[in-house]
Design a protein around this ligand. Sequence first.
Ligand code: RIB
Length: 316
Amino acid sequence: MGDILVIGSMNMDMTVRVKELPKAGETILAQNMSYGLGGKGANQAFAAARLGGKVRMLGCVGDDDFGRKQLQALEGAGVDVSDIKIDRTTSTGSAFICVEENGSNCIVVDQGANLSCDESYLTKQREAICASDIVLAQMEIPEGALYRAILDAEQANKKIILNPAPAPERIPDEIYSRIDYLTPNETELMRLSGMAEIPADCDDYKEALQEGTQRLLDKGVKTIIVTLGDKGCGVFKKGYTAYYPARPVEAVDTTAAGDCFNGAFAAALSEGMTEVEAVEFAISASAIAVTRNGAQDSLPLRSEVESLLTAEKEAV
Ligand code: RIB
C-alpha cells in the first residue's frame, strides 16, 4: 500500500442551515447553527484514512481547543499527526458555512493558523514529502509554500493530486506541468481556465467543460477530474474524455463532498485500484457524504462504501 501525505488546512466549521442562501444586502434567520470539524486538508486526510489509506498530514493549528479537537479527531481516524505544527501565536482556522434546504452551500474561510503552513515549515518537511507515495493538497494554505512542496514532491517522483479549492486567479504554468491529477469543481475549473460562467444547456455545458479542461491540459496537467455534484464527474486527458454519473441520493448537505471525493480517490489509488475503479469508489463515498450533515461528521466508513458498491453491482 502506498503512503498518502495530505498537505492542507484544518478549520473549525460554524454552520448555519437556512431556507435559501442570502442575497447581497439581505439579513435572514437561520434554522439552526452547529459547530463541527472541517478544513479541506483535514477533511481529505480524515476521509482517506477512514477508507483504509495510510495517511500523514502536514498543516497548522493554533494552541486552542479547536486545534486540539482537530488533532484528536484526525488521530482517531488513523491519520499520523506527529508533524502538524501548533502555532502558539494564532488561532485555529475557522469557516463560516451557510447550507440551504437543497444541500448547497457557500463558505467563507478565515485562515488563522493555516497561514503558518508556510514555506519555512514545509521546507522542513521535505523528508515527509519524500517518504510518501501520493501527495494530496488543496489551496487554503499559503500558495507559495504549496507550490514549493509540489516542486519538491515532483522532483522526488511522487504522484501529485491538487484539489484547487478555493481556486486562485491563476496557478503558475510550471506548477500545472507537475500535477498528475487536478480535481476542480465546475466553478473552480471556469476560474482557472479564465472562462465565463458555465452554461446550463447540456451540449454547451459539455463543450464548456471540454474547452476549460483543454486550456489546462495544454499547460501540462496530465489528468483533470472535474467534480460535477449531482451530475457525477468528468475525466479529461489529452484526446480522452469520460463521464461518470453520480449515485442517485437525496442530498441534505454537500459540505465536504469534494473533500470526500479527493480523499477516497487518493485512498483507492494508494491501494492499487485502477483510475476508473478509484473514480467509482470516490463517487460512491461522496454520495454517502452528501446524505449527512457536516464536514468530517459526514465522511463514510470503508464498509459503507463497499456496501453501496456491492448494491450497485447487484442492481446491474
Ligand atoms: O470543503 C469543505 C470545507 O471547506 C469546510 O470543512 C470548511 O472548513 C472549508 O475549508
